[in-house]
Design a protein around this ligand. Structure first.
Ligand code: SF4
Length: 482
């Protein structure tokens, strides 16, 4: 039977056999509904069209207004792997001529996760799930024990990252040129995008993804897992840059982790980096995926009409120039220019600022999903909603998402050139992250009470002499660009 592939199901592991016919549908309505980053739209269309070209006669490639129209045009029964969003899942289930198969592209099955999590509601912790996944799939195991004797291995080298070779940039081709022309035309027709166009930065084909994975294994894996760090002149550091490839289905998670393990077993990469990579891929990534379905956290802001977002315009439209806070300006510029910023920037700067200002988590999920090339609802709900609400969601194990300017100062080189002072809580030079942090703690102190991670911070809060001044100052700052 013909297999319908969404744009996040493009690798060979989404097909059965070398001859299976394929249906690929480009839905323009997806881009009409919400303003995506221009480079994200480019990557999705480029990947779909490259896959169609690779498959040749096996692929029926339809460019339509909606998926419904595409299915009507094809007219016959198709099968599809379980989609990655509730909206898409509900749609495919509603179609008489679509058979929905179990999900692919993740390591642990729905059934295995449910069996593990049932009876653990409220205590289905990431650390436990990660151990379960390591044991079940025999990853970094020496007999019954974790390799090296510990489940989590810390990077002990505290020195700053050394410069690493840049990740290989894909070479654009005629398909990319055609995509660029089409997007220019769509923009002229009134379809809105955010961010800047630019050379495609992320793999659109499996070959490009494997190339990047190989480069990661050689150059970045040995340095992977350093403590959160942000450097103004290096947007990539030792981050893998593989998330788009996993999330578009170009790479398969478990084989990638096994290859990283081989690097460790061969003595080419330290256990700390390899374990951290495994934790991210078979631990955190799978955990978020399963929580999205298991906890049934509901639709995010995508269902909300345009224009009711709690996120201010300057942030939503990536207006980095309007922001004086150096770290925040740099993070917005990174997203504006490539639709991607590494995790410390997402969490300590972008997500942190949103949490401090009380922007609706569902709006942030929507924004991350549209602005980031690797943003998917299932990943963002856990990352943004879950971590922002870590105090209430006992089932999520996450670091506190709100941090002060002191943390950003400790982990980056941004503060040295900033017009604000990370140590100042009040006054003209007060860092918006520091003032915002204490103000946030003040407003949420009752909710955070009893959360062991916040005990120390709440004790400090009680000792701050100028708290009412801080709260007044941050209220006045409001949502204006800092
Ligand atoms: Fe960011 Fe505050 Fe540091 Fe400026 S001083 S870079 S706003 S943390």
């Amino acid at each position: 039977m013909r297999r319908w592939l969404f744009a996040d199901q493009l690798g060979p592991h989404f097909l059965d056999g070398a001859h299976q016919p394929v249906l690929l549908i480009e839905s323009k309505a997806v881009f009409r509904r919400r303003a995506f980053h221009r480079q994200k739209a480019h990557l999705i269309l480029s990947a779909l069209r490259h896959r169609a070209a690779e498959l040749g006669d096996r692929a029926l490639h339809l460019k339509t207004e909606t998926y419904r129209e595409g299915l009507r045009r094809y007219g016959e029964v198709v099968e599809v792997s379980h989609p990655t969003s509730r909206r898409a899942r509900d749609f495919v289930r509603s179609q008489e001529k679509v058979t929905v198969l179990p999900p692919r592209g993740f390591v642990t099955s729905h059934e295995d996760f449910a069996a593990w999590a049932d009876g653990r509601r409220g205590a289905a912790r990431l650390d436990d799930f990660y151990r379960h996944a390591r044991q079940s799939h025999r990853v970094l195991m020496d007999g019954d024990e974790p390799a090296g004797g510990r489940w989590q291995v810390r990077v002990t080298d505290g020195s700053r990252s050394q410069a690493l070779p840049p990740a290989p940039t894909p070479v654009e081709d005629d398909i990319d040129a055609e995509v660029r022309d089409d997007l220019d035309r769509w923009a002229a027709e009134g379809i809105e995008f955010i961010g800047r166009d630019g050379p495609r930065q992320f793999p659109a084909t499996r070959a490009e993804a494997l190339d990047r994975q190989q480069q990661f294994l050689i150059h970045r894996l040995p340095h992977f897992g350093r403590p959160d760090e942000m450097l103004s002149d290096d947007p990539w550091l030792a981050h893998s840059g593989l998330s788009t490839s996993f999330n578009m289905g170009l790479l398969e998670p478990l084989p990638a982790v096994r290859q990283a393990e081989e690097e460790y077993r061969a003595g080419h990469a330290p256990l700390a980096g390899v374990e951290r990579f495994a934790r991210q891929v078979i631990g955190w990534r799978d955990y978020l995926w399963h929580l999205y379905w298991y906890l049934d956290v509901g639709y995010p802001a995508s269902a909300r009409p345009k224009g009711t977002s709690s996120i201010p315009e300057w942030f939503a439209t990536l207006d980095a120039e309007s922001v004086h806070a150096r770290c925040l300006s740099a993070a917005l510029a990174a997203v504006r220019d490539r639709g991607w910023a590494h995790n410390p920037m997402r969490q300590a700067v972008l997500g942190n600022y949103a949490v401090q200002r009380g922007w609706r988590p569902t709006d942030m999920v929507d924004w991350f999903q549209r602005a980031f090339v690797d943003g998917h609802e299932w990943a963002m709900i856990g990352n943004v909603v879950g971590m922002a609400r870590h105090a209430e969601l006992g089932s999520l194990t996450a670091e506190a998402y709100a941090v002060s300017g002191a943390h950003i100062n400790r982990t980056s080189d941004f503060c040295a050139g900033c017009r604000y002072d990370p140590k100042q809580r009040v006054g003209a030079d007060a860092c918006p992250f520091t003032g915002g942090y204490w103000s946030y703690l003040h407003h949420t102190r009752e909710r955070l009470h009893g959360n062991v991670r916040m005990t120390r911070a709440l004790k400090q809060l009680a000792l701050i002499p100028d708290l009412s001044e801080i709260v007044t100052q941050e209220r006045a700052r409001g949502d204006a660009a800092p």
